[in-house]
Design a protein around this ligand. Sequence first.
Ligand code: ATP
Ligand code: MG
Length: 140
Amino acid sequence: MVERTLGIVKPDGIRRGLIGEVLRRIEGAGLKIVALKMRQLTAGEAEGFYYVHKEKPFFKDLVNFMTSGPVVLFVLEGENAIERYRQLMGATDPKKAEKGTIRGDLAESIQCNTVHGSDGPETAKFEISYFFSQTEIITR
Ligand code: ATP
Ligand code: MG
């Protein structure tokens, strides 16, 4: 099934000059970028985006991290795109992520893990509409 998923290059990735490297790996894996923009998130936007984690002990640090610098937001499209992009990213903790994955090769820590990707169809739908309007997504 052709799916869409939301991805982010997180502030640590941008500070280290990894926008191009992340997008190169995505394109190299055959996933199509159908929307792309750079933004500085407000605390409110980051809190809303990660609301599922609001009771977690790392939530405040996560919001501070996600607002510590600009992010690159993108929508990917492709057959089974949600799972394929999760595989490409690797495990949340870079110490546990396999070599050859974005986090395994490039991420610094469980918090500063360079990229985000939606974890399922419902999440993808919520996350894409959180950051992109219909007219910002290429449909042909
Ligand atoms: P993401 O949602 O960003 O794609 P993920 O789905 O792999 O990552 P989640 O469990 O959803 O992981 O956690 C969201 C984010 O919160 C992580 O990517 C990371 O930046 C941060 N995070 C998760 N667990 C921890 C932790 N134990 N300590 C600090 N930060 C954490
Ligand atoms: Mg997640």
